[in-house]
Design a protein around this ligand. Structure first.
Ligand code: TMP
Ligand code: ASP
Length: 252
């Protein structure tokens, strides 16, 4: 269905096409996986289908508790209709347990609970490897206004609280996650809403019982069974049937 549509933007894991009406876009989930700023690449068959479903589920649930976001509806296995936003060039990371870059940077053992949830900002610029920045940089370079940063932090903590409970209820620990935000304009006013995706590509999810990783670290660290674990996350959330059917792409 996207064949005749104009491509607006192609990222590492998704493509954005023009939408059916002004102010909308179609977000297409690819099977491509990259890590370490695309130095490591693979095609993981079925990933796009699973992430489309998980992101739909998460964004719908967040909308229901009042976290406004870009998701409108899922169109098919790999595509969803979304609101067009002006992306704020920040990757907003929220961490509950030390893992990944914070463990390295601060010399913390992976798995150490953090004293409280910590929000970090990274400037979204592949050429620079997405460097970590502070609120000072964000306001000085006009990437976002002080009020927008306040809104982003409040929304991020709500997302963290809700997702911690949602995953916790199905035996999964939410270690950390990355989200992105965008502006929508209403006349001369703009509002910040949640955008992009929330999936095992952008979260660290550990099995509560075994501490097994169920997220993209399986790909980053060559742990194997990447798709099987993504499918298990979807299965526990009650949104997908058994894995083999999913990989053949036979269900919607
Ligand atoms: P980090 O520990 O590597 O900084 O990652 C923190 C979280 O952000 C983790 O859940 C993975 C996610 N993330 C992305 O979604 N995209 C990225 O490019 C990076 C580096 C991390
Ligand atoms: N966004 C990073 C990359 O492209 C991947 C990651 O580590 O999540 O390669």
């Amino acid at each position: 269905m996207t064949k005749n549509r104009k491509k607006i933007y192609e990222g590492k894991a998704k493509i954005l096409y023009e939408g059916p009406e002004p102010g909308t876009l179609i977000q297409y989930f690819k099977d491509d996986a990259t890590a370490f700023n695309a130095q490591k690449k693979a095609v993981l068959e079925g990933k796009g289908v699973i992430n489309n479903r998980i992101s739909e589920h998460v964004m719908s649930r967040l909308a229901a508790i009042g976290v406004q976001n870009h998701f409108i509806k899922r169109l098919n296995l790999r595509e969803q209709l979304i609101k067009e936003v002006e992306i704020i060039p920040l990757e907003v990371v929220c961490r509950n347990i030390a893992a990944g870059s914070i463990a390295t940077r601060l010399g913390l053992e992976e798995g150490t609970p953090l004293p409280r949830s910590i929000i970090e900002f990274y400037y979204k610029e592949d050429k620079l490897n997405d460097p970590m920045v502070s609120e000072e940089h964000i306001t000085a370079f006009n990437w976002a206004a002080t009020q927008e940063i306040d809104d982003i932090m409040a929304m991020t903590l709500r997302v963290n609280d809700y997702l911690t409970g949602m995953f916790g209820a199905v035996g999964i620990t939410l270690v950390d996650f990355k989200i992105e935000f965008g502006r929508v304009y209403e006349g001369e006013f703009s509002r910040v809403i949640l955008a992009d995706e929330i999936s095992p590509d952008s979260c660290r999810l550990w099995d509560q019982a075994t501490n097994e990783k169920m997220d993209k670290d399986r790909f980053r660290r060559d742990l194997g069974d990447v798709i099987e674990n993504y499918a298990e996350v979807a299965r526990r959330l009650g949104i997908m049937k058994e894995m083999p059917t999913v990989i053949q792409g036979g269900i919607s």
